[in-house]
Ligand binder design. Sequence first.
Ligand SMILES: C[S@@+](CC[C@H](N)C(=O)[O-])C[C@H]1O[C@@H](n2cnc3c(N)ncnc32)[C@H](O)[C@@H]1O
Length: 353
Amino acid sequence: MEDDLCIRSRRESGERVKHAIVSLGLLDRAKRIVLQGDFIYFPITRLPDQNEIGALSKTGEVTVELKRLPGASLPSPKSLNALLSGKVPQSALKSIPRSYDIVGDIIVIERLSSEAHEYRREIAEALLVLHRHAKTVLLKTGKVDGPYRIPLLEHLAGEDRRETVHSEYGIRLMVDLSKAYFSPRLGYERSRVASLVSDGETVVDMFAGVGPFAIMIARRHRSMVYAIDINPEAVRMMRYNLRINRLKGEVYPICNDALELSSKMQNTADRIIMNLPAQSLTFLPAARKFMKRSGGFAHVYLFSGPPPIDSAVNKFVESALPLGGFEIISSRVVKPTAPREWIVSLDVRFAPS
Ligand SMILES: C[S@@+](CC[C@H](N)C(=O)[O-])C[C@H]1O[C@@H](n2cnc3c(N)ncnc32)[C@H](O)[C@@H]1O
């Protein structure tokens, strides 16, 4: 029998550790979580990288282990396959989704193969049995698109709604998935960026959505965040989210075009967040305007092909060269978005202008 790749935590920190493992997309849902003595073993699908280990360590004492976990590798009676066997042909079972997002109590399936698509309602009902806290299952039926980056969603099972409250890293976010962009897969990235901020900084979040970066930063730091979004519905939700979170810092929601605003808010920010991967590079001159003349940091997200980091760095350097001195201080693959396509984040320090 093979050993299982797993993360061990102490029982008392199990809930926090589990939350982080799920947020990082590491939990192997085809296996069982195993309790042994004072410890909990969470089966995982891959080795976490250094950043992820850093994030996990903040939630409790954890170790990554290769260990034979009695019971974990047996097909769980609650696995999706087991729930669907007899209802869905074997050939379609092979292509049922292994990964889906859970936003609050809504499950969002990214895509289904044409074979599995025919059985989408059965699959959705099984997901509701598997995740007892979930109340709704939606299927993305088109690519995230348009200026507001909102996906088309089809209701498959459970309550027919798009609104929910999602919790990540100590903040709560109300989101209506049919009216504003939100991805739970960026939870770790938002926490990582928030951990780089210092008290007293002024941050401009150019594409703030319902406010997750801004709120996570202000939750942890006495900083001032200007949170801009062009989508009035996203800004309405952000205002609500500001009321349901206790913050140390301040967030100013602004409904406007970041490009237009950059001329009026020049020389403002110590740090800029640019989470609009399809267009971030075209907004670099605007980001430079927001930034203080004394220089500062930018967190730039962009789509990239293989090899993801090198391609992203090359594209960035080409666009940023005319803007003056800069240094890329770190880079990270945030998530895959399609075959041979990823979102990459670059942390960049700009010199005084
Ligand atoms: C990929 S989403 C990121 C949202 C948020 N940062 C998050 O992590 O959930 C990009 C956001 O940029 C907004 N947007 C697009 N063009 C914009 C512009 N010119 N000015 C300001 N916001 C814009 C969209 O409405 C969308 O909410």
